[in-house]
Design a protein around this ligand. Structure first.
Ligand SMILES: [Zn+2]
Length: 146
């Protein structure tokens, strides 16, 4: 069964009439929205990070604060959103600053739990940049707990 047919079933399941005018295009829109919200599955941290590594001689900590995070909790398929803060201590290599928010987004745009999202961002930086240390903090509001 196509995703849109399932979404029609869900609409009927909550007591709605999927054939009323306002809902006719909803299955199509929901499918599009879900594909957007989970587009991280089609993205690969290796190709993002390896193309943006620079050799440096300094070893000061790199900190990127207040990165927007929008994700979906895997238990309820409800949004959670907030801010990520990423810091790492370079070991001869840094990544382009704009890549960090994209890395966060790549993992956030999947079905997630906040703890795993945090670990995946840190592990991707550890693996591809090989810093002396990396720290990631995420502060988020979860719709399933509000
Ligand atoms: Zn949840």
């Amino acid at each position: 069964m196509a995703m849109q047919d399932h979404i029609r079933e869900v609409l009927a399941g909550i007591g709605e009439d999927p054939d009323r005018e306002g809902l006719l295009k909803t299955p199509e829109r929901v499918e599009k929205a879900l594909k957007f919200l989970t587009r991280g599955y089609t993205q690969d941290p290796r190709s993002l990070l390896n193309s943006a590594l620079f050799t440096v001689s300094y070893d000061e900590m790199v900190i990127i604060k207040d990165i927007d995070v929008f994700s979906l909790c895997e238990h309820h398929l409800l949004p959670f959103y907030g801010k990520a803060h990423v810091a790492y201590l370079p070991n001869g290599k840094v990544i382009g600053l704009s890549k960090i928010p994209r890395l966060v987004d790549m993992f956030a745009r999947r079905l997630q739990v906040q703890e795993r999202l945090t670990v995946q961002i840190a592990e991707a930086i550890q693996e591809h940049v090989q810093p002396r240390g990396v720290g990631v903090v995420i502060e988020a509001m979860h719709f399933c707990m509000m």
